[in-house]
Design a protein around this ligand. Structure first.
Ligand code: FAD
Ligand code: MG
Length: 279
């Protein structure tokens, strides 16, 4: 019999990027594009937020794509088909605003691509013309290309090293697209904070509504702990229950970047110890 939070399928999409399909009918029945879950990989594990990249309401499954960057994501990556994730809370955060805006550009970077995938799909379903720009450091780290192709009217690719698509950043492609004179009604961006910061600066002079899905450090995910505080329009907001999406032109990305690095030294020590002990 299938167990709650059991991994039913696992794929390695790229080096250190994994996709898992997990059985959780309650989350699968409610989740909407843009929402996330908080996971505890094992009994003594910390809580980490991960975006729901896809779901199957009939089968009761959700799909998560994650990059192994530290102890918790390495531990998650070690679980195999049939293993059970200790606990999972969700869906958390507000769903993305889906409406008929006109021409929408969806900009995803790294593991932000699977995260923007369901948003892109819903925007397309709502009748928008969807242009997607996806990028990664190199060709082998580019994930969800086929999925994004299926839900976009047009797909543009960038890699930092030029191994696929345009050499450069997604923000370079976005800049060129806007410079070409195309009328864009909305831009959504999901990816590393620095990428979203640059995208916001690219769209600002054009006054195009730009939404960023923020990724601050989150612990409870429901507005109690305050770990995910972000500064938006000069006010302190909670990334989890007031977000994760905010108007990118109002976000103080420098504060976000600084807070994301707050525990870097401790995280590096923890990862080193974890790997030395055999992972
Ligand atoms: P650590 O070594 O502990 O940390 C590495 C870096 O990850 C830190 O420097 C910090 O910047 C960040 N981080 C650490 N702890 C947290 C935390 N509790 N919450 C957020 N960031 C943290 N990653 C994915 O790969 N796929 C996703 O779909 C995804 N969705 C996310 C959705 C939201 C709403 C948020 C806020 C983050 C999301 N992340 C996602 C980031 C993911 O949560 C972190 O990579 C993960 O928590 C790192 O944990 P670690 O112990 O492996 O690494
Ligand atoms: Mg950690």
């Amino acid at each position: 019999m299938v167990k709650l939070n059991q991994i039913l399928d696992k794929r390695e999409l790229a080096p250190r990027i994994k996709e898992i399909v997990v059985y959780n009918p309650k989350i699968a029945s409610k989740v909407k594009a843009g929402q996330f879950i908080v996971v505890r990989v094992c009994e003594e594990g910390e809580r980490i937020p991960l975006t729901v990249a896809d779901w199957d309401r009939e089968k009761g499954t959700i799909t998560i794509v994650f990059q192994e960057v530290g102890v918790s994501t390495y531990k998650l990556g070690k679980l195999e088909d049939g293993d059970v994730i200790t606990d999972m809370v969700g869906p958390l955060g507000n769903p993305s605003e889906i409406g008929l805006f006109g021409t929408v550009v969806c900009v995803g970077g790294g593991v932000g691509i699977p995260a923007i995938y369901p948003i892109t799909r819903e925007l397309k379903k709502a009748g928008n013309k969807v242009i997607s720009i996806i990028g990664a450091r190199s060709k082998e780290l580019l994930v969800y290309e086929e999925e994004m192709m299926k839900v976009s009217d047009e797909l543009r690719i960038t890699t930092d090293d030029g191994s696929k698509g345009r050499k450069g950043f997604v923000s370079d492609e976005l800049r060129d697209l806007l410079q070409s004179g195309l009328k864009v009604d909305r831009v959504i961006t999901v990816g590393p904070a620095i990428m979203m910061k640059v995208c916001a600066e690219v769209t600002r002079p054009y006054n195009i509504k730009t939404i960023a899905s923020l990724n601050p450090i989150m612990v409870c995910g429901m507005g109690m702990c305050g770990a995910c505080r972000v500064e938006v329009a000069g006010k302190t907001r909670f990334g989890c229950f007031e977000g994760p999406e905010f108007d990118a032109h109002e976000v103080n990305f420098d504060v976000l970047l600084m807070r994301l690095n707050a525990y870097k030294a401790e995280e590096q020590i923890a990862l080193k110890k974890f790997l030395e002990e055999g992972g």
